[in-house]
Design a protein around this ligand. Structure first.
Ligand code: PLP
Length: 376
């Protein structure tokens, strides 16, 4: 077994330790005040997060999956409708569509950015199509200008899946502010993570924000008056304490992630790995640092032998999951998604990583047997 200390895929404990006192102070106020559902801290966080996303409204919810689900509910998407999304996201993106009774239609990705290929979206549109859910995968914005142009021409809603893209931008415009809704996850490992589950929906539209407010809390604007079939999808007050604290550091941590990505790019440049590419004018926030290698599984094991732990995001394209058997895919069975699912591997990525960590990882990859050039 390796003598080297472990380098995990993400290191939540170090970051949590650094902000522990501040979080506990806020939580202690909440405990003393006896307000544990919604409340002042949630409202305060929503205001700060809306500004951060360059929108007028943010609504805290219980998790990122609920954020997507409620956004689609607010747009009255349901049985008989189709929603176009991408084939290589986390399952929740497509699950949220299925929860409404609508059909998910999966399109393939751009081979360089890993994000939805806008040239395929138009071919996937039918009379039933109601919305597009682009995912800003791994922290790189999806091509929102192209997507908004297509959506405008076909009168479709756009719900951005921002679960991995807090603070990502295109030409200075933040992800979440392009479409009708932006949906965020605050799952602990996300760039902005709670100490448990959390999520938010952002929008510029006051009417849609109003609907989401109702949907997250049993359809109530006034207690015990239920104006529509709502849900219990509220953000906890104690989670808002964590998020409020972390909002002070999110930009610093994002820049640190970007620095780690630059170190990786330097250290791995001469290897036959396909590295992430930041599109011009785009701000990639490196939720994950995903490379490709034709012997991905062997490389992952080789790294693990030296206490370096990678991951796979995601090993199976969404259309292959049981709940989506028989779904429409464009092109048929998504050749790029399907190939990449076997080649991608996520290297360790978190703000507290040092240059020495990156050098050690690069050294180990270099020791791996020579790589066929066809991967790049
Ligand atoms: C792309 C994407 N969409 C949606 C989700 C769902 O978020 P949550 O786990 O908070 O429900 C996640 C994260 O888990 C995600 O990575």
């Amino acid at each position: 077994m390796s003598q080297h200390p472990p380098i995990p895929l993400v290191d939540l404990a170090t970051q949590s330790r650094n902000i522990r006192d501040e979080v506990l102070r806020r939580m202690s106020d909440v405990i003393d005040a006896g307000r544990y559902i919604l409340g002042q801290e949630v409202a305060e966080f929503e205001e700060i997060f809306a500004k951060y996303c360059q929108v007028s409204h943010a609504i805290g919810v219980a998790n990122g999956t609920d954020a997507l689900h409620l956004a689609l509910r607010a747009l009255e998407i349901g049985p008989g409708d189709e929603v176009i999304t991408v084939g290589n996201s986390f399952a929740a993106t497509a699950f949220a569509i299925a929860y409404t009774g609508a059909d998910a239609v999966f399109v393939d990705i751009d081979p360089v950015t890993f994000n939805i290929d806008p040239t395929l979206i138009e071919q996937a549109i039918t009379a039933k199509t109601k919305a597009i859910i682009p995912v800003h995968l791994y922290g790189q914005p999806a091509p929102m200008r192209e997507i908004m142009e297509i959506a405008g021409r076909h009168n479709l809603y756009v719900v951005e899946d921002c679960a991995q893209s807090h603070g990502a931008e295109i030409d200075g415009q933040r992800c979440g502010s392009f479409g009708d809704f932006g949906c965020f996850s605050f799952y602990p490992g996300k760039n902005l993570g709670a100490f448990g589950d959390g999520g938010a929906i952002v929008t510029k539209d006051a009417r849609l924000a109003d609907r989401v407010h109702l949907l997250r809390n049993y359809g109530q604007k006034v207690k015990n008056r239920h104006d529509l079939l709502g849900y219990n999808c509220r953000l906890d007050t104690v989670q808002a304490c964590v998020l409020l604290t972390k909002m002070q550091y999110i930009e610093k941590w994002t820049e640190e992630r970007r620095q780690v990505a630059r170190w990786y790019a330097e250290e791995l440049a001469d290897l036959d790995l396909a590295l992430p590419q930041e599109s011009p004018g785009y701000r990639h926030v490196y939720h994950l640092y995903v490379v490709r290698h034709p012997r991905r599984d062997d490389l992952l094991s080789f790294l693990a032998q030296e206490n370096i732990f990678g991951g796979i995001h995601y090993p199976n394209p969404l259309f292959t999951a049981q709940p989506f058997a028989g779904s429409r895919t464009l092109p048929f069975e998504l050749p790029i998604c399907s190939r990449y699912a076997k080649e991608i591997l996520s290297l360790p990525m978190y703000p507290e990583m040092t240059r020495e960590h990156v050098e050690r990882i690069a050294r180990r990859i270099r020791q791996f047997s020579p790589v066929p050039a066809e991967v790049v």
